[in-house]
Structures are given as C-alpha cells and as structure tokens.
Design a protein around this ligand. Structure first.
Ligand code: NAD
Ligand code: ZN
Length: 358
C-alpha cells in the first residue's frame, strides 16, 4: 500500500511575508463574527512583534507556555475553554512559534470538530472529521512540523503523534526574518533535527526516489549553512528555513530512524526536549551512521556547541528498561533502519549499551 499523502496546503514564502497574514486571514473572515484564534510562543510576549499580528477585536490571542512539549490535557483544556465562550469555531487557528506551538495549533484545530479527548486520536488515521482551517508560522527552524502530517502529543499513556488525512496545516507562512532572534544553542539543537531527519531518511529500507531527492537537497543546503564560517548570516537563516521544509517533506516519503526511535525513549523518562534529545542520542550512533556522526561533531566544533554528557547516569535501572520498551515499540523506524529482521539486530542489550553511554 502506498500512503496517499497530504502535506501542508498553501505556502507563502519570503522575507517579511508575515505582513501578508492579514490578507490571508481576511479571505476567511466571511462573517462579521468570524474570529481567529492566535497561539503565540511565549518568547514574543511583551515584544513589539505582537503589534504586527493582524488582530481584530473579536479575535483571541493566547500566549503559549513552551516549558513542556505539547500535552493532550492542555489541548483539551484550551478547546473546552474556547468552546465555552459560545463564539462558535474559529475561522483559523494560527500557530506562531516553534514545533511546540505549531503542534498545538495543528491539534487544537482538530478538536473543534472531533469529539472527546485528543488522547483518543493519538496514532494513525483515528481522526474522522476535517478540522477548522490551520495556519502555521515557524519562528525557529528544523523540526519540519510546518509541513508534516503529524502533531506530536504527550498523553496520559504515550507520547505519540496524531497523524492522518486531516492533520497537516492548511496554510504555511515562511518568513526567514522571524527566526533570526533564536539564541544558541537552541537554534543548533532544533536545526540538527533537520540534519538528523535527512540522514535517517536517506539511510534505510523505506527510501524512495521522491524522499531521496528532497532529503539530498535539504542536506546540501544544510551543509552550506553549518559547515560555513558563520551559520547565522541572513542568507543562512533563509536556507535553514528551506532545509527544514524540504527535510520534513522528505520524511513524508521515507521514515525516521535509530536516533528518533531512541530519543522518543529518552523523552519518556526525562524532560529533555526533542532537538537536544536527538543531539545527545545521535552523538552515540556511529554504528548506524558513521560518516554523519563525524560530520555532526565537526558542525558542533565549528559552531562552538557542546552536548550535555552523562544524562542517563542518574536514571534507575527501571527507567533505562522503560526507555528500551518505548524505543522497541517504534517498529516502523527500526524496520527502516535494519530491515524486516530488525528484531534480531536491535536487541535490548544493544539499546541498553547505547543509552548508558549518553
Ligand atoms: P520549541 O517549540 O521547543 O521552541 C524552542 C525554544 O525556542 C522555546 O524556548 C521558544 O520560546 C524559543 N523560540 C521560538 N522562536 C523563537 C524566536 N524567533 N526567537 C527566540 N526564541 C524563540 O522548538 P522546536 O525544536 O521547533 O520544537 C520542538 C517540538 O516540536 C517538540 O514538541 C517536538 O515533539 C515537536 N516536533 C514535531 C514534529 C512534527 O512533525 N509535528 C517534528 C519534530 C518535532
Ligand atoms: Zn525530529
């Protein structure tokens, strides 16, 4: 079976293209009472940027706390609160921020039209009704959440994406001006999510010409940024935004691999965020991606980045086993890495040895 893919709908791209957001939303405001729900990363709270958001009096703007990665209970609470206002559904849910805020926007828009808790829909193809219109506007680049068909949520039982026909955003605004304030090392960690997506997509059994073409181009641009003297030029901001987009799209036609399979385990028992977690794991994966791990370390050196060491040292044996349990549930990823007989290769001992090195 081939997946009938649905990545993001329309794409507005260019420096300062954010200023056209009002026109885009204007087309959706067909009634006097039409309102937009804006979700904005807390970094922008109190900043002049808020004045550039095309806010109408009937709109709702929520500043999003990004201390933790998105939770189903936060999604459910926000939808209940907005429904309780009796204003009907918004004409668009707009997420302005990183992967966290974009994933919140992608999830919340679905829960206006699908009953019950968002936790019921974690997994593939559980969403049955189209959500309300959703606009995503990345302000940090690397995750590919701006284009992907997934919204990653932590629920009462598991951290797993809601994925299906209705999960990608309808509108993407890619404005490289918006990412220039991201501090180091956060920018590096999130950017490396893109590098790792490409390396994983390009090494495994689920490869395809389509996925390879996108991944190779994303990787080419990425190397221009991170192997250069200065990764933070305006041109490199623009390249990073495009690399993230192409990398996210490449994954749609391939699969993530060993690093993501292990970093999901790490995220289950620690509160380490996705970008940093991936860097910590990838640094130990020479066995799977020897050349790329060398290149990754060279990028760290050139950009004066250090990765925390010994993050698993204080974990209990039960927590280590729990990480292994979670990692081994990601069968699609491991089958992509090691083929149909992956269970003979990816043993608990192997994963334990790798986790203990981190
Ligand atoms: P993030 O959303 O965690 O944000 C990282 C930090 O950057 C935050 O402190 C934020 O306030 C700050 N920030 C954002 N924009 C800024 C700006 N312009 N200037 C200064 N600071 C800014 O970052 P992320 O790495 O993009 O997202 C991680 C999340 O994405 C995780 O929850 C992960 O599960 C998810 N994810 C989703 C997908 C998907 O396909 N849906 C893919 C990968 C990761
Ligand atoms: Zn990732």
């Amino acid at each position: 079976m081939f997946r009938n893919l649905k990545p993001v709908g329309r794409i507005l791209y260019g420096r300062n293209s954010f200023d056209q957001l009002g026109d885009i939303l204007g087309e959706l405001r067909i009634k006097k009472e039409s309102y937009v729900l804006f979700l904005v990363d807390e970094y922008f709270d109190g900043k002049d940027f808020l004045k550039r958001i095309p806010l109408e009096p009937q709109d709702i703007l929520k500043i999003i706390d990004v201390t933790d990665e998105p939770k189903t209970k936060t999604v459910d609470a926000m939808v209940a609160e907005i429904k309780g206002l009796g204003k009907g559904n918004p004409v668009s849910v707009v997420g302005i921020g990183g992967g966290i805020v974009m994933d919140y926007a992608k999830a919340i828009r679905l829960m206006f039209t699908n009953e019950g808790s968002s936790a019921l829909y974690q997994g593939l193809d559980f969403i049955k009704n189209r959500g309300v219109h959703c606009t995503v506007i990345p302000t940090i680049s690397g995750t590919g959440a701006e284009v992907s068909m997934t919204t990653v949520l932590t629920g009462p039982i598991k951290k797993l994406g809601i994925k299906g026909n209705f999960t990608a955003a309808d509108q993407l605004v890619m404005d490289p001006e918006l990412i220039k304030t991201v501090p180091e090392p956060i920018r590096f960690y999130t950017a490396m999510d893109c590098y790792i997506h490409n390396i994983e997509a390009l090494n495994g059994h689920r490869r395809s010409v389509m996925g390879d073409s996108l991944g190779i181009e994303s990787l080419r641009i990425f190397r221009e940024i991170y192997l250069s003297e200065d990764s933070r030029t305006p041109e490199n901001e623009e390249k990073l935004m495009v690399a993230s987009y192409l990398g996210g799209l490449s994954l749609t036609y391939s699969e993530v691999g060993a690093c993501h399979a292990m970093s999901y385990g790490l995220a289950t028992v620690t509160d380490i965020h996705h970008g940093l977690g991936n860097c910590i794991v990838f640094n130990q994966l020479e066995e799977f991606y020897p050349e790329a791990v060398k290149e990754f370390r060279e990028m760290m050196r050139l950009n004066n980045i250090e990765i925390p060491q010994g993050v698993t040292a204080s974990l209990t044996p039960e927590q280590i086993e729990k990480m292994i349990d979670v990692s081994l549930t990601l069968v699609f990823m491991w089958a992509h890495v090691s083929g149909p007989d992956w269970e003979k290769i990816i043993t608990r001992d192997k994963l334990r040895g790798l986790y203990l090195k981190m």
